[in-house]
Design a protein around this ligand. Sequence first.
Ligand code: PRX
Length: 654
Amino acid sequence: MSDSKTYAPPSEFSSRAHVKSTEEYRALYERAKTNPEAFWGDLAATELTWFRPFLKTLDWDPPSAKWFPGGKINACYNCVDRHLRTERRTKPAIIWEGEPGDSRVLTYEDLYKLINRFATILMRLKSKTGERAVIYMPMIPELAIAVLTCARMGITHSVVFGGFSSEALKTRIQDLGASLVITADGGWRRGKEVRLKDAVDKALEECPSVRTVMVYKRTGSDVNMMTGRDYWWHEHEENLDSTPALKAIAESGEVQHLDPEHPLFVLYTSGTTGKPKGILHTTAGYLLQTAITMKWVFDLREDDIFWCTADIGWVTGHSYIVYGPLTAGATVVMYEGAPDYPAYDRFWQIVEKYRVTIFYTSPTAIRALVRQGDKWPNAHDLSSLRLLGSVGEPINPAAWDWYYRVIGKERCPIVDTWWQTETGAIMIAPMPGAMPLKPGSATLPLPGTIVDIVDTNGNVLGNNQEGFLVIREPWPSMARNVWGDPKRFQEQYWSRFPNSYFTGDAARRDDDGYYWILGRIDDVMNVSGHRLSTMEIESSLVHHPAVAEAAVVAKPHEITGQAVCAFVTLKQGDWNVEALGQELRQWVGREIGPFARPEEIRFTDALPKTRSGKIMRRLLRELVTSHGVTGDITTLEDMSVIQRLASQHQSDED
Ligand code: PRX
């Protein structure tokens, strides 16, 4: 990893940027560090619109944070209503491109009307503040409308990515005790229909808390509708149009005045155990930090067309398709389909079509497109682009270089943004007009982000030493809890190092103070920028009747960064291992979601274990990353196991 090559911001870019120089960045950073309450308090007062002003900035009793107590606020009002009083009323809020090529443009005013209509419909079906809604939809504007309508009504939403299985959907609905599910008949993915409503029906066989299912018609295929539980969105829209009393409610624009700590959403993410955690985010602090990072990191200007290619089912989509950009009054592009369908230039075609100015994607997507060659982007006019972003995993120098040269034509800075579901907003990233870039480094912490690198005992490490990345001070968009499990929140994030947030990432800081994220140090994998838990996949595999034991490790992968490799021992029986390998991959796909399918399954007669019976995943990791096993294996119970696995690996390669 080279720290040496730097790219200074183009002077044209700096001169117009929100933050124009390293000195300006340092001044902001110092002000936030010395007086965080004044810093965040001033920003909250100016960047957000309050129904009632807050009384103070923060009540901090680690790990419990209450930001902006005493105020009253609404996230949807900040994302939509307040813009109607300005020229943004007729500005496009969402430019949507469907996979089959259909498209729609919704102005801020359109969005306002659609949200109020949907709120009236939900109200009529007796949904109200304090309840939980699970949203399981394709990437269509109604997904954003559903999210914002929940926020308007004070219903805590949990978006479940449409690629998750009905099993994963079920456990999330149950964990939340959700009363409402908002879904669609299906969505499009690479020309095929993903049948969402069928998955909902299956999940709901075991979810007694759900009273209402609202279904949007997207694909028009046949679905089962249960009387008294399932309702078509369009039928309720029609009913609203023909009922003056309902129309009047929709036009009144009623909005809940909520506590700044009102639970805005829960997003499930993988942790170190088999059970995903419901990360809870609340209202005002989350909104503030997602909006301010639009200016700091994406240098948002009024005429920008901002495209974040993530799915709203992940935190990136929550923060940088919905809440951040809309609070900041931006125009966002939203796309339903895949980057490579119908051809490898789909992204570049959309950039050209809508004159996208800021483009934010994952290293996995970039690597997959690099492989297809320059002819795809070169066939399009990409001159509208002025800033590029990367998120989700470390970006390797070769991918960075291609992104910079072939997509950005050496004109556009690249913001490599480090953050997590738990941090809510970007924490370490360049302010692109202010600081030189180093490919592969997320550069410097943003103002208000106070980080350290520490060793296992919590000692602070100096430059050029690898250690654990911790965050020392509370920040407005920090996760507030694990839904229903405060003990897990405390233990997972706040116990390892006293009064500090433990990120789970290893990092190193160089002599310029730049941060280099080295990856997870726990049992969490990063496949295509998706967070997967080794334990979750292992427990899915051992559910299968043929499997005795399973150990899952990440192996390096050229495109997806990491890939899932599972070592499996079988129960007694006459198994056809070839067929079984396929079956187990499908099994995991069904239990968790297709993106969690192991790329490789290796059958073995034993797993390497310590004398106390713990599986030595470290050895398996070494086995899939290198050709030999190094380090201490003296605690290994049966040395021959690892030799057998190693020789099997060798013969597979031959
Ligand atoms: O390991 C880090 C990696 O992704 C993890 C967070 O995953 P998730 O909660 O799914 O959120 C992803 C999108 C924000 C982190 O612990 N990660 C995220 N961004 C970067 C990164 N690793 C290196 N560089 C990044 N820019």
